[in-house]
Design a protein around this ligand. Structure first.
Ligand code: WT7
Length: 683
């Protein structure tokens, strides 16, 4: 007993304080360490040769067990965050009633921890943000001190215009540092940011403003992306012109990205650059309770309108910080680049909060992987000497198509860790990422997580685990992952099992609720398998105990790493005058992972034509955004229904994917519709 607790205490001391830092050596392949070299399916990631590595890899099971305790997080929270008031309760509540709390009587400020904390520690002149603007090589750096000055000015400007603690601020901005600074300024004064990805349509913005009762909006006159000008302010104006938003919005803060003139509404719109220049660079950070909301972020589910996922201050901050540090083996002098957009959770956690809470140097990338050509990422890696690079399989696949020539032109030797997110990374893309981009040396880390989890919940940790291409391995620190039988909910113990993926214990970074609809939070995540958090994904645990995510078990489509609700696309289609009924499914797509196929039943007298297909695609674009543009519109005079009136989506997925075998169709009310759909899908 005594020895066990001593050992545990030792493990905690080692783990909790980040007190072991990973050594810098990265040459020796140690696939054999875990006995994996005999398995051909293992992809060998380079890891260091120091004893620390070997020790930590051997100790993983033990360290992981230790991390499943409140004490682990309590120690980390005290060590790595500054608290205005210490907490006495590390965690309370649970999955049963969805009242999970972390550090509830503690007080802190996320922005203070992301900026002031490092400046007070003497890192004020360290570069916090590298801004790689749309034109390659157009680079601006901001130190921690400069970042804090501008964040404070934005915060003071907000206060001067009436933004108060608890107000929801909608942010619809391009990828310039100002989007990050605006988020931090909200955090500084206790306002709750709701970032809406700048690819969303005016309808989507209006919905989100209305749902969150958001009186304040931040935008820019235009955005620049891939050499194109995007009229963001115009889209915001159109959104606010809609009744559901018009009644709510009081102020629009408007930054200038270019000198382009835009419509300006006196009394409502504010030129942010002018007003904030007049503000003091000092702004006291608001004292927040650990469980006060930090932000909401809307995400799609299988049914209904997008859910406003709510994350809170203490737990999310700690979890963002810890996963950034451990999943990427982040070091103090690293140049770190996550090329996601701030409008998605990846941008929140792994461009803004995670890196800055660690006092790291983070990159804000404004452009696209194909501008001015397919070498853009690699050109940037060489110029900025990026050490940790984080992107999605869909981007890797789209760049692979161009061959090895382009990456080979650049010196990519600075790369040490290559992150992947959004979907399982297929072996071909893994190999290319590891060998061609990472020179066979950099570690590929497959990070599995969701908007709701706040940060990574599964990954192969650099220096600790050997990677298998396509597997996210298993639960990371603090994550007790399980696989349950989908029907019975019984836990599938041992290896070589499959079912639905769950997390068995609360963790600090988990979402606390769906804004304004706690019951929906319960029914979506906590009630399906009582006592567990249900991720909505299926998974298999292989013979070595590695977890393979097999995809969503609901009707959510994962296209180019974007989460798209089939119900949202369907409602955009049936909202047109032409469509009577629609069924939208995902199908395998070489680059996007999943493409979007829309089966539509047209109203009587309406004919399907190429123009009709175009106009229906446009209807979806304008209802949701260009990223949700359907790949296929298929004329469906009738849909395959069961006798109880349920659409058999399984068959629709197969038809769209070009398959010819549809399994058992005998339960269909009218199987004769199937060959018609097959024919129409080919045209
Ligand atoms: C869904 C979450 C938070 C990351 C960006 C997407 C899928 C995500 C992986 C991965 C397999 C993955 C899941 C998940 N997913 N990462 N490494 N391996 N599947 O966030 O929009 O909230 O989508 O993306 O299906 O449920 P999101």
């Amino acid at each position: 007993m005594r020895t066990a607790s001593l050992a545990l205490a030792l493990a905690l001391a080692l783990q909790s304080a980040y007190s072991f830092s990973f050594p810098a050596v990265h040459s020796q392949r140690v696939c054999g360490v875990t006995g994996a070299s005999s398995l051909p399916s293992f992809r060998c990631n380079a890891v260091g040769s120091s004893k620390t590595f070997l020790k930590s890899s051997k100790n993983w099971e033990f360290d992981h067990q230790a991390s499943l305790t409140p004490k682990y997080w309590g120690d980390l929270a005290r060590k790595n965050l500054d608290w205005f008031k210490d907490f006495s309760i590390t965690t309370s509540g649970g999955f049963e009633s969805g009242d999970v709390k972390w550090f509830e009587d503690g007080q802190l400020n996320a922005c203070y921890n992301a900026l002031d904390r490092h400046i007070l520690a003497g890192k004020g002149d360290k570069v916090a943000i590298i801004y790689e603007a749309d034109e390659a090589g157009d680079v601006t750096e901001m130190t921690y001190k400069q970042t804090l000055d501008r964040v404070s000015q934005i915060a003071n400007m907000m206060k001067s215009e009436g933004v108060k603690k608890g107000d929801v601020v909608t942010v619809y901005m391009p990828m310039t540092p100002d989007v990050i600074l605006t988020m931090l300024a909200c955090a500084r004064i206790g306002a709750v940011h709701s970032v809406v990805f700048a690819g969303f349509s005016e309808d989507a913005i209006a919905d989100r403003i209305a749902a969150a009762n958001s009186k304040f909006v931040f935008t820019t006159n235009v955005g620049l992306r891939g050499g194109k000008t995007i009229k963001l302010k115009q889209t915001v104006d159109n959104a606010i012109a809609k009744d559901r938003a018009k009644a709510i919005v009081e102020k629009v803060f408007l930054f200038k990205r270019t000198e382009e003139e835009v419509n300006f509404v006196e009394g409502r719109d504010i030129w942010a650059d002018e007003l904030l220049a007049k503000q003091s660079t000092t702004c006291e950070a608001e004292v927040m309770d650990a469980e006060d909301p930090l932000f909401i972020l809307y995400t799609s589910g299988s049914t209904g309108s997008p859910k406003g996922i709510l994350h809170t201050t203490g737990g999310y901050s700690l979890y963002a910080m810890h996963t950034t540090k451990t999943s990427f083996d982040l070091r103090d002098d690293d140049i770190y680049a996550c090329v996601a957009d701030a409008g998605w959770i990846t941008g929140h956690t792994y461009i803004c909060y995670g890196p800055l809470l660690n006092g790291a140097t983070t990159t804000v990338f404004e452009s696209t992987p194909l501008y001015p050509d397919e070498g853009r990422y690699w050109d940037m890696v060489e110029r900025l000497k990026i050490n940790v690079f984080y992107t999605a399989p869909t981007a890797i696949r789209s760049l692979m198509r161009f061959g090895d020539e382009s990456p080979k032109k650049y010196d990519l030797s600075s790369l040490r860790v290559l992150g992947s997110v959004g979907e399982p990374i297929n072996p071909a893309a893994w190999d290319w990422y590891h060998n061609v981009i990472g020179g066979g040396k950099a570690t590929v880390v497959d990070t599995y997580w969701q908007t709701e989890t706040g940060g990574h919940v599964a990954c192969n940790l650099p220096g600790i685990h050997v990677a298998k291409a396509g597997s996210c391995r298993g639960g990371t620190y603090g994550i007790d992952m399980g696989i349950l039988d989908a029907q019975t909910g019984e836990e599938q113990v041992g290896n070589d099992v499959d079912g639905v993926l769950v997390i068995k214990k609360p963790w600090p970074g988990m979402a606390r609720t769906v804004l304004g609809d706690h019951e929906r939070f319960m029914t979506t995540y906590l009630k399906p398998y009582p006592g567990n958090y249900f991720a909505g994904d299926g998974a298999r645990r292989d013979e070595d105990g590695y977890i393979w995510v097999t995809g969503r078990t609901d009707d959510v489509i994962n296209s180019s790493g974007h989460r798209i609700g089939s119900a949202e696309v369907e409602s955009a289609l049936v909202a047109t005058d032409e469509v009577a009924q629609a069924a939208v499914v995902g199908f395998p797509h070489d680059i996007k992972g999943e493409g979007i196929a829309c089966y539509v039943t047209l109203n009587n007298g309406v004919e399907m034509s190429d123009d009709m297909k175009k106009s229906l695609k446009m209807a979806v674009r304008s209802s949701i955004g260009p990223f949700a543009t359907p790949d296929m519109i298929i004329n469906a005079p009738a849909l395959p229904m069961t006798r109880s009136g349920k659409i058999m989506r399984r068959i629709l997925r197969k038809i769209a994917g070009g398959e010819n075998e549809f399994g058992d169709t005998s339960t269909l009310a009218d199987p004769s519709c199937v060959p018609v759909l097959v024919e129409n899908a080919r045209n």
